[in-house]
Design a protein around this ligand. Structure first.
Ligand SMILES: *Cc1c(COP(=O)(O)O)cnc(C)c1O
Length: 500
């Protein structure tokens, strides 16, 4: 299977190249030339397997440069007991008649682990397969969770170094502390003054700065990205949609073949796009419900067909979704347009020139068939946390709460009888301040470099929910990275790190 750029179908690369490059040289995103279908008998036999085998099978359909044996080997390591505390690593939990797909049982307590425990294997092997003598430099902009998950995934992985930039005032205290205390000899973390879009734009600038890239290359490094624009990030995520469908069928919640919905809290459109691919592969998914926070550029787009980033940017209690440019949407539009690369180029040109574009009628119509979008205000998000806790004794983080709120709105408005799975993306302990506030516990505000850790114990005492070891240990962890830089200095920092 080859991969093409969303902005030029004639630009074809192997799966290993697509993973190595991250972003296509023309600024487009790599997508598989075709989407493999899962037959019903394949689905039935997958459902008899465990998570690692299901994931390896799904990935093998897309990665012709890798053998099934290699992929199975990676999956056994990435989703092993010592990395994920639950079996399966991504269980479906029922609370008060609602279904939650919990994606946060990995090393950093956020759903990004599902992909970022896998990506290092794919990337190292791709480097080998491509015959390159270079080492991989992973450059990542994070709205909070990607950074930590990428650092944890790549730490001390041979032939790699990783640099994570995060917005100084765009992540939670616990998220910042998780990154500042990151261990590993090949890691570097830097806070940037500004919001996530500033940080992401800064990283994209480094990628397109030919002089800088050639300096980096001169030091022996090939730069790549661990953001969800990388196909190697997206692919492992398809697996948990297939696997959770199997799990629901195996536990008798649904009959095989029965259609279900997924409601996904969305930022960069990565997680929900993985659900879209699962649907395209033939998994019986009826509706994808796209849940936005107050930065509701996506849910507006789904309703109107107009993508317009010219709007106020809000810092919300679900910071990993504080995004106005949702990169992965480009992949959906490419597919829905009938792979019309010229049209996608025009939209992306409009987006960069005017901050907006309007999709053609046939694309809007296609979207209306299977996507529904809405958003949750800060007040509604907090109310959703409180309601879920009070009524079902189930504690959810603010990102998951955005999805829970939108899911309830969807069911109320449409009366859809299909079972709907709320995708749960982070452990609530990553967002103690917001969660405690929502359930009505006044804990005072946190400040200082370790602000926020004091709230962990308060939350445990109030809720009785177990504190994951990775979070508990933050109290005493050494701070290795501190201080912020202006975004203009990001490129300079990369070179300093490589030379230092
Ligand atoms: C990254 C993230 C999201 C948004 O996921 P996208 O793939 O960017 O849409 C939602 N919730 C949490 C906790 C996240 O870390």
């Amino acid at each position: 299977m080859l991969y093409v750029s969303t902005r030029n179908k004639n630009l074809r690369v192997s799966s290993a190249e697509a993973i190595l490059q991250g972003l296509a040289p023309d600024g487009g995103l790599f997508v598989p030339e075709s989407v493999p279908m899962l037959t019903e008998s394949e689905m039935l036999s997958l459902c008899k397997e465990d998570y690692a085998a299901r994931a390896a099978h799904i990935m093998s359909l897309f990665l012709s440069d890798f053998t099934k044996g290699e992929l199975e080997n990676y999956c056994r390591m990435a989703y092993s007991k010592d990395r994920f505390e639950t079996d399966p690593p991504a269980p479906v939990v029922k609370a008060g008649g609602e279904y939650y797909l919990e994606l946060w049982h990995g090393p950093t307590c956020a759903f990004k682990d599902m992909a970022l425990q896998m990506l290092p294997y794919l990337l190292s092997a791709s480097l080998e397969k491509s015959g390159s003598d270079k080492k991989a430099l992973i450059l990542t902009a994070t709205s909070g969770d990607t950074g930590k998950a990428a650092l944890e995934g790549f730490r001390d992985v041979g032939r790699t170094r990783i640099i994570v930039f995060y917005p100084a005032d765009g992540v939670s205290d616990i998220q910042a502390l998780q990154m500042k205390t990151q261990k590993g000899a090949n890691v570097f973390v830097q806070a940037v003054l500004g919001n996530f879009d500033d940080t992401q734009t800064g990283v994209k600038k480094i990628f397109s700065d030919d002089e800088l890239v050639s300096d980096i290359s001169g030091e022996g490094w090939k730069i790549t990205s661990a953001n969800s624009i990388n196909w190697g990030r997206l692919l492992p995520q398809i697996a948990y949609y297939v696997s959770s469908y199997c799990e629901m069928a195996e536990t008798g919640e649904i009959k095989i073949g029965e259609e279900i919905n997924f409601c996904v809290p969305t930022g960069n459109f990565g997680n929900i796009l993985a659900a879209y691919y699962a649907r395209r592969m033939g998994v019986p998914i009826k509706k994808l419900i796209c849940a936005s926070n107050e930065n509701n550029v996506l849910s507006d787009f789904i309703r109107t067909g107009v993508y317009d980033r010219n709007r106020k940017f809000y810092c919300t209690i679900s910071p990993s979704m504080d995004i106005l440019i949702s990169s992965n949407l480009e992949r959906l539009l490419f597919d829905l347009s009938g792979r019309d690369d010229a049209l996608i180029r025009a939209y992306m040109e409009d987006l960069s020139q005017h901050g907006r574009y309007t999709v053609a009628g046939h694309i809007k119509k296609a979207m209306d068939g299977f996507i529904w979008g809405d958003f949750s205000t800060e007040r509604e998000t907090k109310d959703a946390i409180k309601k879920t806790w009070d009524e079902n004794s189930y504690l959810i983080d603010p990102h998951t709460a955005v999805a829970a709120d939108v899911c309830r709105k969807y069911l109320k408005e449409t009366g859809d009888p299909a079972k709907t799975v709320i995708v749960s993306t982070a452990n609530p302990y990553k967002f103690c301040e917001a969660v405690l506030d929502a359930i009505g516990v006044s804990a005072g505000s946190a400040s200082g470099p370790r602000g926020g850790v004091g709230l962990i114990d308060i939350m445990r005492d109030v809720t009785g929910m177990a504190v994951p070891e990775q979070i508990a240990s933050l109290k005493n962890a050494e701070i290795r990275f501190d201080g912020s830089i202006p975004k203009e200095e990001m490129g300079k920092r990369v070179l300093e790190f490589l030379k230092g």
